[in-house]
Design a binder for this molecule. Structure first.
Ligand code: HEM
Ligand code: HEM
Length: 459
């Protein structure tokens, strides 16, 4: 207890946001390292084949779980823990609770990585973590919900700005969705049987993106962009239409992952219609935010946080157009079961949500430390490394997907296609090196800003 008080005091004001910022930056570096290992195995499967802990079947889920729960979610939460009290004109209910949550969050991730590395996996995508870790994650969301809702309860500001809606909805819906998707009432398998399990898993699976990462990221964009450009939000009505249409439409898209599976046709129809319908919440949001910053690109360029976040909104546009397109069964006949989907995953989770998370971190860092960023130059360099890396990776994986998909349709065997795509795997790993360098540069810049920053205080 005394040591937690100590840590909170050491971190100073905004301790919770700082702890989550550090968490995100550290795990970004680890997550991309595991991504590189996984990409390495796809180029040379025998390379390091004798090290069980990092073989592909283990480094892949470690990579995926770390980007989701180690990098992107904590990054977006750091921003939320900073902006929520400000928008509500009050203090965070408990900074100490926020720091405890961050410490437990890190502990949970360490246990998760060790479990997956040792082969303890429940083998369901995005729900690989063993039962005990699932319980810890559900509990952590519970702690965030408590802190956030108590802050809302104590607010001085009667009007709830849309970022608050998004942050609150994200954590509550994810706490429930996580328990359902991980079949938490079945500790041994963490699964139902057969097709119902697939339906439930993908209901949860896409909601990790649709009801956790997306709303948290939109909350950050709605906070950062109007402030950085000193412009009032274009339309509060549109912001609420966007929020409710997202909640209604996004909850029903999960079965678009199962269009090639014998699930009931009506469920597939709903998922396809709603996937195409996702154009509504996305465009409503984009029109609103882009009209807000219209004519202010100079301001966005001047603020590194806003620059990342604005880039995230452009990537959201592409993720949506691509996503709605690939939910059409005729398109999925080519794009399913191959690297096209992996490309889309990096576009959505990284280029949209991850880049927005980084923007949120860079936007709040000078405010929570009351000092300028340690190095704007390094942050810009990180921006370009990441943007180039992820763009090359997405284009590369999309081409590989088309090659694989068309070969499959033509009845070509997998092993004859592998030599053809080998070069593209090398390009993907090379693009990964850009992202990896960006992650480590970012970690250095953030640690320097938080703890060893000679810059003069700004307030
Ligand atoms: C906004 C509209 C979106 C639509 C309509 C959409 C649609 C889809 C579809 C149809 C698939 C399945 C493809 C297949 O298995 O053949 C998919 C996969 C995926 N989507 Fe999206 N997407 C959207 C946005 C996003 C966003 C914003 C994110 C991230 C925050 C995201 C993350 C993912 C991931 C990670 C997968 C891969 C899942 C897997 O198979 O492991 N999507 N998406
Ligand atoms: C060094 C940079 C990175 C490299 C080399 C890399 C590599 C990989 C590899 C090899 C896979 C497995 C693909 C497969 O099974 O065929 C993968 C999956 C995935 N990665 Fe990355 N990755 C990197 C960065 C990131 C980042 C920063 C994010 C998100 C913030 C991310 C999100 C994902 C997701 C969501 C999947 C699952 C895709 C799916 O199931 O469709 N990756 N990555």
């Amino acid at each position: 207890m005394a040591s937690i008080v100590n840590i909170t005091e050491k971190l100073g004001s905004q301790a919770a946001a700082k702890a989550f910022t550090l968490t995100s930056a550290v795990w970004f570096a680890f997550a991309t390292s595991f991504g590189m290992i996984a990409a390495g195995y796809l180029i040379a499967p025998d390379f390091m084949a004798n090290i069980e802990f990092i073989q592909f079947g283990r480094s892949r889920p470690i990579h995926v779980n770390l980007v989701l729960f180690g990098f992107v979610t904590p990054g977006l939460l750091a921003a939320a823990l900073y902006y929520a009290p400000r928008l509500l004109r009050t203090h965070l209910y408990s900074q100490r609770l926020g720091v405890v949550t961050a410490i437990l969050w890190n502990l949970t991730l360490v246990i998760g990585v060790i479990s997956l590395g040792m082969g303890y996996s429940q083998g369901r995508e995005y729900a690989e973590l063993p039962w005990a870790v699932d319980l810890m994650i559900a509990g952590l969301f519970g702690l965030v919900i408590f802190n956030l809702f108590m802050t809302v309860h104590r607010r001085q500001e009667p009007i709830l700005y849309v970022s608050i809606w998004y942050a609150c909805a994200a954590v509550v819906l994810t706490a429930v969705g996580y328990c359902l998707g991980n079949v938490i009432w079945k500790p041994d398998s963490g699964a139902l049987l057969g097709i119902p399990d697939a339906i439930l898993l993908w209901f949860y699976g896409h909601n990790i993106f649709g009801l956790l990462l997306t709303p948290l990221a939109l909350g950050v964009a709605y906070y950062v962009l109007p402030l950085a450009t000193r412009s009032p939000l274009y339309s509060h009505t549109l912001s609420l239409i966007g929020f409710w249409s997202l909640i209604v439409v996004y909850t029903h898209v999960g079965t678009h992952h199962l269009l090639q599976v014998p699930v009931p046709t009506w469920l597939k129809a709903i998922s396809i219609v709603d996937s195409v319908g996702m154009v509504i919440p996305v465009m409503v949001f984009l029109i609103n935010i882009w009209f807000t910053v219209k004519g202010k690109l100079g301001d966005i360029h001047a603020d590194i946080g806003a620059k990342f976040v604005f880039t995230g909104t452009i990537m959201y546009f592409f993720a949506n157009i691509q996503g709605s397109f690939m939910a059409l069964p005729q398109v999925q006949r080519v794009t399913h079961f191959n690297n096209w989907v992996v490309g889309h995953a990096h576009l959505g989770v990284f280029a949209f949500a991850g880049i927005t998370a980084l923007g949120g971190l860079y936007f709040i860092l000078p405010k929570i430390t009351k000092k300028p960023l340690y190095s704007r130059y390094l942050a810009d360099l990180q921006y370009w490394l990441i943007l180039i890396g992820v763009s090359v990776m997405i284009i590369d994986l999309t081409i590989v997907g088309l090659l694989q998909g068309n070969a499959w349709l033509n009845g070509e065997t997998v092993y004859r296609v592998l030599p053809e795509i080998h070069l593209y795997y090398v390009i993907r790993a090379s693009a990964g090196l850009f992202i990896l360098s960006g992650a480590y540069l970012g970690l250095y810049n953030i640690v320097r800003t938080l703890f060893f920053n000679p810059g003069a205080a700004t307030e």
